[in-house]
Design a protein around this ligand. Sequence first.
Ligand SMILES: Cc1cc2nc3c(=O)[nH]c(=O)nc-3n(C[C@H](O)[C@H](O)[C@H](O)COP(=O)(O)OP(=O)(O)OC[C@H]3O[C@@H](n4cnc5c(N)ncnc54)[C@H](O)[C@@H]3O)c2cc1C
Length: 458
Amino acid sequence: MENKEKIPNVENVVIIGSGPAGYTAAIYAARANLQPLLVTGFNSGGIPGGQLMTTTFVENYPGFPDGVLGPELMDLMKAQAERWGTNLYESDVVSINTDSHPFELKTLEGTIKSNSIIIATGASANRLGVINEDKFWSKGISACAICDGATPQFRGEELAVIGGGDSACEEAAYLTKYGSKVHLIVRSEKLRASAAMVDRVKANPKIAIHWNTKVEKADGSEWLEKIETIHSQEGKGEINIKGLFYAIGHTPNTKFLGSKIDLDNKGYIACKSGRPETSIEGIFAAGDVVDSEWRQGVTAAGTGCMAALATERWLAEKNLAKTIVRETPEPEKKLNSSDFNEEEVNEDTFDSNSEWQKGSYALRKLYHESKKPILVIFSSPSCGPCHVLKPQLKRVIKELDGAVLGVEIDIDKDQDIAKQAGINGTPTVQLFKEKLLKKQWQGVKQRSEFKEAIKNII
Ligand SMILES: Cc1cc2nc3c(=O)[nH]c(=O)nc-3n(C[C@H](O)[C@H](O)[C@H](O)COP(=O)(O)OP(=O)(O)OC[C@H]3O[C@@H](n4cnc5c(N)ncnc54)[C@H](O)[C@@H]3O)c2cc1C
């Protein structure tokens, strides 16, 4: 993901958020020659690519008869937006100033001015706040079964999911691939999921549903070992589990707006019915941040399109659009271009100088023989944040001119290595020099953090 090299004085349109709504708005605005700037998000409100980065197969997005992996769908949207000239800016918007025009957006690094704004910041997974939640966060407790389910500590163990909606049911079913049994903890006596999903969960012999039950406390030593529960009639209970996954709904990502824009009583942006206009002229909104009801990839994309078309009209009407002139009517096709080898290497294909290789063979060889530091990313195929992080690490390695070598380990395939390395979630990155672990990171971090750590040991 690129940080924009040069930000002009006043943008035509800044799109906030890189989920289906944000990328669709970007594709439309870019094709209208408005050269949008899209702020991808970083720490606030999810991850770049949005909520679909945290799921496996999306089976209901039109155009993919065999389904498509969520992270792959988002990679495709991103590539399409970039191909038509969207500038991506990897940061969070911290606040916006709408008191004067052009609007001002404060990011983590500075201020951007823009004639119009499209807000597509989606919604974030809620936390419960049970006792010891922070202690066991990433040590047994997770908000993303799809991202973390494949970790070695969960294999063959009893696990639990909290929630009663579609996400909870989907996650419980998904986790039966890894756990010996999955407890679905439902605070009422009914599931709120679709009928098909409820049938699927009830028919699964590995899922035990605990009705009218709340989780009060997580417990264990280094890793989660059990939860204490309260049943509305039977009182306190305990369940021994090694993993607890939250699937308890979402909060719209509107905090950074303060009181600048009208929100509805649930905190979603209030737009005119069926339209993308917000309470401020020139500011539009799309996707889950305006939608507490439908909340789907395709509805988010649809409203992203509406927001971009409305923005284009508004800018033209106000005579504010500064369109770019293209040298060729259609930009070059870039799909499937990769600078790095994505195949797992073996004895015949291993190259001690290659900047990025995949698999346990490469790791063993480099770990024992390389004089250069090695950066190991532990990933899993369905981990959305891994899709975000990998291009960043590749860019760091390139910028350091090969002074460090990258290896990717798929923890689904190389479980023993993941266990030996103490991996308890993906993505995890470890930096080694001459067999010594120098630093470890979990989750998506800024490129500068990796660069600094590597420079310190070169
Ligand atoms: C587990 C799961 C499975 C799902 N499966 C399906 C499915 O199969 N089919 C389907 O159609 N839908 C599915 N959905 C729903 C779908 O993911 C959402 O409806 C859709 O992603 C909403 O898109 P969006 O663009 O509005 O927001 P999001 O996807 O939530 O994206 C929001 C973006 O805004 C960014 N952001 C937030 N705050 C800021 C800020 N302050 N500054 C900058 N950026 C910010 C975030 O980083 C993110 O990039 C699923 C959702 C989940 C959680």
